[in-house]
Design a protein around this ligand. Structure first.
Ligand SMILES: Nc1ncnc2c1ncn2[C@@H]1O[C@H](COP(=O)(O)OP(=O)(O)OP(=O)(O)O)[C@@H](O)[C@H]1O
Ligand SMILES: [Mg+2]
Length: 515
């Protein structure tokens, strides 16, 4: 431990090779050998981070205790609660022999504390509904989400322009689909004159991508009222940062929706937040638990967009921490942007595991004090090797740290406790309302019905009345038309051929309402 000299006071920094590298902020725990406090400077939080380790080694609890320290420091936090085990942040922890032992070892005060929580949701989970309209996403981002090629993106941009010019609000996927159908049929001439020809193949490809996302209930994240990202940055009267817990327990089977949502959220935060320059503390820190889900099956387009957003969002004072089992779960291009690394134990059961551990160890700064690849396999639960960035942006040497127990509950809240937090929410009355604004779907639907009615009236003047006459101007005519469209036909064929089969998902939910 010759190279590392730590001060023993919580308030001061520790030095490495004569340089001060940590300036007081989030207290993580204590270094095993020197018995001094290990801290992460607030300034490093917008340089992003990684919390990695095998299952059950303490990753989520580390996330929990860092979120607590940030909240205490007045910094709002957003956590992606994939397993539903972060609601405990809203209740004070109670001591037990394990906590007492750890407290003694670390020599830190420990007192149970509940933190200010806001539950958010992008599904049926209870919480403030996070949504945005299709128009707000815009054609560029939506093309990335739908993984469209250049031609298809061009068509989508034209459709957005058409809607803008014709005052057809695009609120959700239903609106977008109805416009794509319309410009292929009734509105074909109108569209062709000003915006060009929409090839059936391109329209079909866009429709198929939309339907594939809809199978994962993506329509839940599109609509009104749109969520304002500044509502994530609230503080309590006492100056504590609010911890926003986004409940995503049903997201494990919907990786495409999860990555889409994350990308959209980051893009929205990036767009709305002002430049912060070289700020001394972050404005918001995001933790993405089970982060491998974002990158699982994500298209190249989406990954490129992610990398760019992660790189740029730093200057807006926003930090993103990925929590996952192995550093190799994170694409190399993104891993390269993560300044703080917290590595919990990795377990070596097979030769493949040993190889993965070696690769993981090589991702950390070189240590002439620890045998990193060996130590990684020996770390206990709630212990980690930690490296962050020094003031010059260089990675600090790894420090073996025993993490403090969270002050909040290490277990989940009961439904009653969750209900009490939801009741106190000031955002729910504003965001969880049904908005039934007239949008593209209704406008076009009415337009097609009207023209259908006119045609029928003309027909009935020349033809003999048949049994169908009474029904001729009602809805089935419209839907028959849409169903006859080449685009719709190709979608129906694709679906039966197995789009749903590939996704392994079949949704039984239907939209209860039109937003
Ligand atoms: N800092 C800590 N202080 C006290 N106990 C801890 C700490 N970290 C972890 N533990 C104990 O280890 C258990 C597992 O921790 P945690 O749920 O954070 O693991 P994980 O790595 O997130 O697991 P998974 O990969 O399954 O999500 C906790 O329930 C708790 O009992
Ligand atoms: Mg976990």
């Amino acid at each position: 431990m010759d190279n590392l000299q730590f001060s023993d006071s919580i308030q001061s920094s520790y030095t490495f090779k004569g340089e001060s590298i940590l300036v007081g902020s989030a207290i993580l725990g204590q270094n095993e050998e020197t018995h001094v406090q290990v801290k992460l400077p607030l300034k490093t939080f917008n340089r992003h981070g990684l919390i990695a380790g095998a299952t059950g080694t303490g990753k989520t609890k580390t996330l929990q205790l860092i979120a607590e320290d940030l909240s205490n420091a007045g910094i709002p936090v957003l956590v992606m609660d994939i397993k539903g085990d972060l609601s405990g942040l809203g209740a004070a922890g109670t001591s037990n022999p394990i906590i007492e032992k750890r407290q003694r070892l670390i020599g830190m005060d420990w007192e149970g504390k509940a933190f200010p929580l806001e539950f958010l949701s992008i599904s049926d989970e209870p919480g403030v509904k996070l949504r945005a309209t299709v128009s707000e996403y815009g054609p560029v981002l939506l093309s990335k989400i739908l993984d469209l090629n250049d031609n298809q993106s061009g068509v989508l941009s034209m459709i957005f322009k058409y809607c803008d010019d014709r005052h057809l609000p695009l609120l959700d996927f239903k609106d977008l689909k109805s416009v794509i159908n319309y410009v292929q049929q009734e509105g074909k001439e109108d569209f062709l004159q000003e915006y060009g020809f929409v090839h059936t193949n391109s329209a079909g490809a866009i429709m198929r991508s939309i339907i594939a996302l809809e199978q994962q209930n993506a329509d839940d994240i599109f609509g009104e009222p749109s969520f304002e990202v500044f509502d994530l940055m609230k503080k309590t009267e006492k100056g504590e940062g609010v911890i926003n817990v986004l409940r995503l327990t049903d997201m494990q089977t919907k990786p495409a929706l999860f990555s889409t949502f994350m990308l959209c959220l980051l893009a929205e935060i990036f767009e709305k937040m002002p430049e912060q320059g070289d700020s001394s503390k972050p404005e918001l820190v995001l933790f993405i638990d089970e982060a491998h889900l974002i990158f699982k099956n994500a298209s190249r387009n989406l990954l490129d967009q992610f990398e760019m957003t992660i790189k740029l969002i730093r200057s807006k004072g926003v930090g993103v921490f990925f929590v996952t089992q192995s550093p190799t779960d994170i694409p190399a291009a993104i891993l390269g942007h993560l300044g703080t690394k917290i590595q919990h134990a990795l377990r070596a059961f097979t030769a493949r595991d040993r190889k993965a551990i070696k690769t993981a160890a090589e991702n950390y700064p070189f240590s002439d004090f620890y045998e990193v690849d060996e130590l990684i396999t020996k770390l206990g639960i709630g212990e980690a090797l930690i490296s962050t960035l020094d003031e010059k942006g260089r990675p600090t040497e790894l420090v073996h740290t025993l993490l403090r127990p969270p002050f909040s509950r290490m277990d989940v809240l009961t439904n009653y406790e969750i209900g009490q937090i939801l009741k106190r929410s000031t955002l729910i009355p504003f965001y969880n309302v049904d908005v039934d604004r007239e949008s593209a779907y209704e406008i076009l639907h009415a337009r097609i019905s009207k023209s259908g009615q006119k045609e029928t009236e003309e027909d009935s003047q020349v033809k003999k009345p048949s049994k169908k006459v009474g029904k001729a101007n009602s809805e089935p005519t419209t839907f028959e038309k849409i169903m006859k469209s080449p685009v719709t036909k190709s979608i129906v064929i694709e679906i039966t051929c197995g789009i749903l089969g590939v996704l392994g998902l079949r949704t039984t939910r239907t939209r209860a309402r039109k937003r």
